[in-house]
Design a binder for this molecule. Structure first.
Ligand code: 5AD
Ligand code: SF4
Length: 485
């Protein structure tokens, strides 16, 4: 735990009025909650436990680390046993309808559990909560949910929990924009050696299928010095790799007074001593600059991987999606990246079944997959999101056609990526060891700078270190290797 934060919390006087300004206000509630949790725990004669369940993307994963940091600070122990936990929070995603359905399914299960354990506190937050009809549904049909908040005010968890502990109403607090960002709060990282770092929040792109701009608000960049300070702290706490997070990192800096570009930010971050790897997510093809490509080429700390969402290979559909690039432009960009950084790995996101997609449009997508030679691709079936322009478009594609195209896309992606990933076979590569192998505990699993996984003989002592590994055999989308001495 950061000692400055700890000292600030210790200096709080709980008998004084609640501070009006942040972060002192949250420090007050952290301290007040610590007291309540301690009393509850003493009465039960056991520690209280909390489960943070994350749906969705890396932004949400990072938010969950912040939530867990607060929960641990006030005295909860992390657990994965939802049925017996004292506090359960769902950090939700709404990017596709499936994500919402899964949340409702899990919530239904939780209702039964709460019937048996009335003391359990249930909280919901994240993107789904930014949709008014979802909150309405929770108010009326899921009354057993105790706390509801959204994407803009996760820093208020301690305050909302205090309200829950001391009142008997459902606590609901949803903001519709970022009124303030409170950063100096405890976080609890999943991995000691790597961390996500938000460099910007929100999105201004309004792709016609996407709900994110509506639930994450307008784009807002963090000040470079704050980002650098956060990374320096992380590095002094053992972090070797950071993942810079933003919905469209290319437009980083546009909302700041001094117009710093994303490439400039990357170069500054690369100067941090002790930091070994920098990743970022997600650039938009429409405004990916030469400066950025050169920054990746020139800087060995910036990983040799770029995630470049295609969405569709058809220029006609790309226009309807408001993506602001054409098939040709995208392929030129891929060529430029590969010519400048020959060993880079390129991955992508693709949507199948966007309204009006014809067989010809779909063939264009397959054509780009073959030409771009992705190392991997996340493939999605179009999901209609109420409130987005695409939801009202004509020509919603029938389920069986979409399923057929989806399967053909999967087959093409695996064929192309298996063939392409093989190119590293026989090479020696640096690998950041992340975990013990799931299938065999005499093996460890790590990632190369190109983000591809490698499994090799090793033990838990290696976790968090970067080791050189010989790539013996490509197994499709991962490698088996041998550690070099
Ligand atoms: N339907 C299907 N996939 C979607 N994505 C975003 N919105 C939708 C939607 N309505 C996908 C995009 C994006 C990824 C994070 O999720 O491919 O890049
Ligand atoms: Fe992430 Fe988008 Fe899901 Fe929100 S809606 S959690 S931003 S993927």
């Amino acid at each position: 735990m950061d000692t400055t934060i700890e000292n600030m919390i210790n200096s709080i006087d709980l008998s004084a009025p609640v501070p009006e300004y942040e972060p002192m206000r949250q420090y007050y509630y952290l301290k007040a909650c610590r007291k309540i949790v301690k009393e509850k725990s003493e009465a039960l004669n056991r520690p209280l436990t909390a489960v943070v369940s994350t749906f969705g993307c890396q932004m949400n994963a990072r938010d969950s680390e912040k939530l867990l940091g607060i929960l641990k600070d006030i005295g909860y122990q992390e657990s994965d046993d939802e049925e017996n936990a004292d506090f359960v929070i769902y950090n939700t995603c709404t990017v596709r309808e499936n994500a919402n359905l899964r949340v409702y399914g899990r919530l239904g299960q939780l209702k039964k559990v709460k019937r048996a354990n009335g003391e359990m506190i249930i909280a919901m937050c994240g993107c789904m909560m930014q949709e008014p009809e979802v909150v309405e549904k929770i108010k009326t049909s899921y009354k057993f949910v105790d706390i509801v908040f959204g994407t803009f005010n996760i820093f208020k968890l301690a305050e909302l929990m205090y309200m829950c502990f001391t009142g008997d109403e459902q606590v609901i607090d949803i903001w519709d924009s970022t009124k303030e960002v409170v950063e100096e709060l405890p976080t609890s990282r999943k991995y000691p050696f790597k961390s996500g770092v938000n460099i910007m929040f929100g999105c201004n792109n309004f792709c016609t299928y996407c709900i994110v701009p509506y639930v994450r608000g307008r784009e807002k960049s963090r000040e470079p010095k704050e980002i650098i300070r956060e990374i320096e702290r992380l590095v002094s706490d053992g972090v070797k790799e950071v993942m810079l997070l933003g919905q469209n990192v290319n437009s980083y800096g546009k909302t700041l007074d001094d117009n710093v570009t994303f490439a400039e930010l990357l170069r500054e971050i690369a100067k941090i001593d002790g930091l070994e790897r920098i990743r970022f997510m997600t650039p938009h093809p429409k405004d990916l600059s030469d400066e950025l490509i050169e920054a990746i080429r020139d800087n060995s700390k910036i990983c040799n991987h770029i995630h470049l969402p295609l969405q569709s290979g058809s220029s006609r559909l790309l226009k309807l999606m408001n993506r602001q690039y054409t098939k040709e432009h995208y392929l030129e960009l891929v060529d430029k990246i590969r010519n400048t950084i020959p060993d880079i790995s390129i991955t992508t996101d693709i949507i199948v079944g966007f309204p009006g997609e014809t067989e010809e449009d779909f063939e264009d997508t397959l054509d780009v997959v073959r030409k771009a030679k992705y190392d991997s691709a996340y493939t999605f079936i179009y999901s209609k999101r109420t409130g987005t322009p695409a939801a009202k478009m004509d020509g919603q594609v029938s389920e069986d056609i979409v399923k057929d195209r989806f399967n053909r896309l999967l087959a093409t992606v695996s064929e192309v990526s298996h063939e392409h990933i093989k190119r590293y076979e026989g090479m020696d590569m640096d690998v950041l060891v992340e975990d013990i192998d799931d299938h065999d505990n005499t093996f460890v699993t790590g990632r190369m700078t190109n983000n591809i996984l490698v499994h090799f003989k090793g033990d838990k002592e290696l976790i968090g270190s970067i080791v050189n590994v010989h790539l013996d055999e490509c197994k499709g989308f991962y490698y088996m290797g041998t550690k070099n001495d």
